[in-house]
Every structure is written in structure tokens, then in C-alpha cells.
Design a protein around this ligand. Structure first.
Ligand code: SF4
Length: 511
């Protein structure tokens, strides 16, 4: 099924990819509640984090059922499918693919049998030692003749396989480890970004990588517990925020309550791009509200990069808070210069070439009466390839704008992300190899300015050492393997790139 481009934001011409999120996860332990429906609404609140596939696993205490398919949450589930998912524990997942193709087999939650029952697991993030993990899976002992074969080609299924397949001795005749014992052994070996929500028949689990790159929060229901990628997903299902799952923490919830242990020392490096663009504005991360961060980025941008203009407009929706901040700090009025067609991105109908040529007009329409004759400041959150901004400038000029000054509330994106955001390859990033002035000329703008890295970081109120900002400065918080051992298709091609990649491919095929 072709992918519907339902991302809330801006940097997309139809058929062009902008920054993409790497999934939303949700889990609930709540006897007596309709856990599948709570998960459905939780995933609905997280839909912006992944629109390729959606899935929910539910346990009734004796067995786990998984329902997943390609498409948006609202397309995958209906009353009948949700009604068939009866139980007291659930985990849910909305996917955007960063390792492994966008196919049904890679939809999550992943599911595997273990010696103690089953495990269903959802993952937000992206791992950087996938090839190494594939070798570890290939070395797992067969248990009771059961295969360790990995059916999917995503990094998540490797983690699921490793959690399911541990024995005390590491040999086939060893005693199988429980999930908690296996997690203590396996999770310290997993490198990269992972916010995991998983379950067996009796217990809900959650874990977050030592850097805490992707968010993960814990909430309380009257009769249960919730874990979710964003606090906005707690709000929608009536859960109160308790705390973040700490970087390097493993949590288990069952009828005995909540217990937790540290599987690694915390070394916080939360993704700064969550504050810029990825997370919902009504979410709080590390105690800081995302909307307030964006407004403050706009204020600082106005001070760092003033413009002589008549009107501040936003690229809706993601540029709006920063545009409000820019207008407030500059004293230039804020107005709606662009109207977004909120539903065009929510279709699986592929536009024909003729329609595709309409480009940005499929998504945005200028308000000519507002724009005509005005000197505009156009605030956007980021530029990846620049194609959309170029089309936007042309459209605004055609609508009568006298001047177009572009202001960006994040610094130039110069480096790829290996932790769950699919920007583009380095060669495709417009800021890689061009000066800001050259980019402005290429976009056809009268001027272009970006916020500074420090301005962006200060707006989050989070200490600079505690944030990942690698896509802006190239300082990756986790050691990266050789380039040939990174990449979305690592587990789908043998790459002719040495033993690790071959082992990865072998692990997939192993009978
Ligand atoms: S590289 Fe950029 S997008 Fe990726 S985790 Fe770091 S700050 Fe976030």
C-alpha cells in the first residue's frame, strides 16, 4: 500500500520526504479497563510520530493477540477489531520506518514466543549496532527446537528475539531467562535510540536508552498505569503524568505494582529536534513544554535576525509557535498568510503527475488579501532540502508579496540523524555545502536567517550537554559504526560489506 504522507508539517512537496519521525509507542496495564481502546486513543495522539503502519497487542492473562496493518491508526482499527482485543494489558505502536522497509512484516508490535510465554514489543528510535545485534541473534541457541529466525527486517525484531531467546548458560540446554533477567543482560548491549514498550501475558514493561534520546513517560490511571512516547498521549486517555522513564531505566508493571532497575548509567542526550518540530506542542519533555520552547525560539530568532517587515506569517502548523514568538519580540503583527489543507496529506491516493505539478498548492494556499503588497517575515521550523521553501517563496510572490524574508527557528541541518529521524542523506541537505546566503538566493528569498545553536538550546531551558544536536553540529552522542553498517536496508541486503552484514542477512534467513 502506498504511504500516505500524513505528516502535520511543512517541508513536503507531494512525493518529497521531509523530516520523518520514528514511531510512537503506548502501553497500558489496567485490569477492568478497555485497554485496546485506551491504546487506540493513545496512538491517535501519537499519530504524528508515524503514519506507515499501526498495531496493538493485548493480553488477557493467558494469551497475547496482535492486530497490525499498514496505514493510519484510524484506517487500521475499527470497532470490530478493537472489540476482538480483550484483556488487561496492551501495547501499541504507530510506525515510521528507519531500519527496515515499510511492509506489513515490519509493522509493530513485534511478537515472539519465549520459554515463559510470549513477548510483544514496540520501539521508538533507531539502533546503530544493528549488524552486531543480528550476529547475536544468529548465535542464539535454538530452544526446544524453536528457530531464532528473524522474520522482519527491522532492528526492533532483533531486540525482541534477543529478549526472548536468552538462557542462563547461553547454551540450548541452559535455563531460559525471564524477560526481566534477559533485559538486564541484553539492553546494555543495545546501542542507539530506543524507547521500548513491551509485554508478556502478565506484565507491562518499558525501557529507555541510557541517552534518553527519544521521550518516554509514565502515567497513572485510577486503576492502572500507562507508558507513552509523549505526555499528550497521557492526556487523551485521562492518565496523570507521574514521571519520565529515566534514561537507562527498565520498568515493569503487574499486580504487584511498579518496579524498576537501572540497566545502564544515565547519560542524558535528549533530541533537541523534538522541541523544534517532532513532538506535539502540548507535550512536555524533561519538564519543559514544547510549545513554550518554540515560542521562545521565535523570540530569540527575532532578536538574532531582525527584519524590516509589515507582517509575520508562519508555515503552518509547525512554524506557528515560533512565528508567534517572532512577532511578539519584533513588534511586527502576526497574521495568517497561508491556509493549510489539513486533509490532503491524509490520503493514500497517489497524486498523478499533473496534480503533483501543483506542488505546494496541494497543501498550502496563500491568503492573497492578507499578503498583497506586504513585506513578509515567513517563519518555519527547519529547512531540509529546501524545495518546499523555494516553491513557497514563488507562491507568495505570485500572491503579491512585496518582500519575503525567511526566518528558521532551528540552525542549518547539516548532518544526518541515526537515532530515528529520517531527514535525507547528507548530500541531499541543502545546508551541506552552501552558505546561508547561497541558500537564501537558491530559495529566491530577499533574506534568510537561522537561529543560532545556542539560541535554540537556551529556548528549551535544557542544559546543552544534556541534548543531542548532532544534525546541527555533527557531534553524535553515541559512537557510530562504519557507514556500511548503518542504513535503512541493512537487514534487507547483504551489502557485500563484510561478515557483520552477511550475518545480519543470515539471521533473517536462518531456518
Ligand atoms: S541528530 Fe538531530 S534529530 Fe537526531 S536525535 Fe540528534 S538532535 Fe535529534
Amino acid at each position: 500500500m502506498p504511504r500516505g504522507d500524513g505528516r502535520l508539517s511543512h517541508d513536503l512537496l507531494p512525493g518529497e520526504k521531509g523530516p520523518q519521525d520514528a514511531c510512537g509507542v503506548f502501553g497500558v496495564w489496567a485490569p477492568g479497563e478497555e485497554v485496546a481502546k485506551l491504546t487506540y486513543f493513545g496512538l491517535y495522539a501519537l499519530q504524528h510520530r508515524g503514519q506507515e503502519s499501526a498495531g496493538i497487542a493485548v493480553s488477557n492473562g493467558s494469551q497475547i493477540l496482535v492486530f497490525k496493518d499498514m496505514g493510519l491508526v484510524s484506517q487500521v482499527f475499527d470497532e470490530t477489531s478493537l472489540g476482538s482485543l480483550q484483556g488487561h494489558i496492551a501495547v501499541g505502536h504507530a510506525r515510521y520506518s528507519t531500519t527496515g522497509a515499510s511492509v506489513w512484516e515490519n509493522a509493530q508490535p513485534t511478537f515472539r514466543a519465549t520459554a515463559h510465554g510470549s513477548i510483544a514489543l514496540g520501539h521508538n528510535g533507531n539502533l546503530v549496532n544493528t549488524a552486531e545485534l543480528a550476529e547475536m541473534v544468529a548465535d542464539l541457541p535454538k530452544q526446544n527446537g524453536r528457530s531464532t529466525q528473524v522474520a522482519a527486517t527491522n532492528d526492533t525484531d532483533l531486540v525482541t528475539a534477543l529478549l526472548a531467546g536468552q538462557t542462563d548458560s547461553g547454551e540450548a540446554d541452559g535455563t531460559p531467562l525471564t524477560i526481566e533477567e534477559a533485559a538486564a543482560r541484553v539492553l546494555p548491549k543495545v546501542k542507539g535510540a530506543f524507547s521500548l514498550v513491551f509485554m508478556n501475558e502478565h506484565t507491562l514493561y518499558a525501557a529507555r536508552d541510557p541517552q534518553g534520546i527519544r521521550p518516554l513517560v509514565l502515567g497513572r490511571l485510577e486503576r492502572g498505569w500507562v507508558v507513552a512516547s509523549e505526555t499528550a498521549a497521557l492526556d487523551i486517555c485521562g492518565a496523570s503524568f507521574v514521571r519520565e522513564i529515566e534514561p537507562g531505566e527498565f520498568v515493569a508493571v503487574d499486580e504487584n505494582g511498579l518496579r524498576s532497575f537501572k540497566f545502564a548509567e544515565a547519560n542524558p542526550k535528549g533530541c533537541v529536534f523534538e522541541y523544534v518540530y517532532l513532538a506535539r506542542p502540548d507535550t512536555d519533555i524533561a519538564g519543559r513544554n514544547v510549545y513554550l520552547s518554540r515560542v521562545e525560539m521565535g523570540r530569540r530568532l527575532a532578536k538574532e535576525a531582525p527584519a524590516e517587515a509589515d507582517l509575520v506569517i508562519a508555515t503552518p502548523e509547525s512554524g506557528t509557535p515560533a512565528a508567534i514568538g517572532y512577532a511578539e519580540a519584533s513588534g511586527i503583527p502576526f497574521g495568517a498568510g497561508l491556509v493549510k489543507n489539513a486533509y490532503v496529506g491524509r490520503t493514500f491516493i497517489q497524486p498523478s503527475q499533473t496534480i503533483r505539478q501543483l506542488g505546494i498548492r496541494l497543501k498550502l494556499n496563500p491568503l492573497k488579501e492578507v499578503i498583497k503588497g506586504k513585506r513578509l517575515v515567513v517563519v518555519d521550523d527547519s529547512i531540509v532540502r529546501g524545495n518546499t521553501q523555494r516553491a513557497l517563496v514563488r507562491m507568495l510572490r505570485e500572491a503579491g508579496a512585496a518582500e519575503v524574508h525567511i526566518r528558521i527557528s532551528s540552525p542549518p541541518v547539516k548532518w544526518p540523524c541515526f537515532f530515528g529521524i529520517d531527514f535525507a542523506t547528507r548530500a541531499e541537505l541543502i545546508a551541506n555545502g552552501m552558505t546561508i546566503e547561497e541558500i537564501g538566493t537558491s530559495l529566491g528569498a530577499d533574506s534568510l536567517s537561522y537561529i543560532s545553536i545556542d539560541g535554540m538550546i537556551e529556548a528549551t531551558t535544557i542544559a546543552k550537554p544534556n541534548l543531542c544536536r548532532a544534525c546541527f553540529d555533527g557531534e553524535y552522542p553515541v559512537e557510530l559504526p562504519d557507514p556500511e553498517l548503518l542504513g535503512k536496508q541493512l537487514l534487507e541486503t547483504e551489502l557485500a560489506a563484510g561478515p557483520a552484514a552477511t550475518a545480519a542477512a543470515d539471521a533473517i534467513r536462518r531456518p
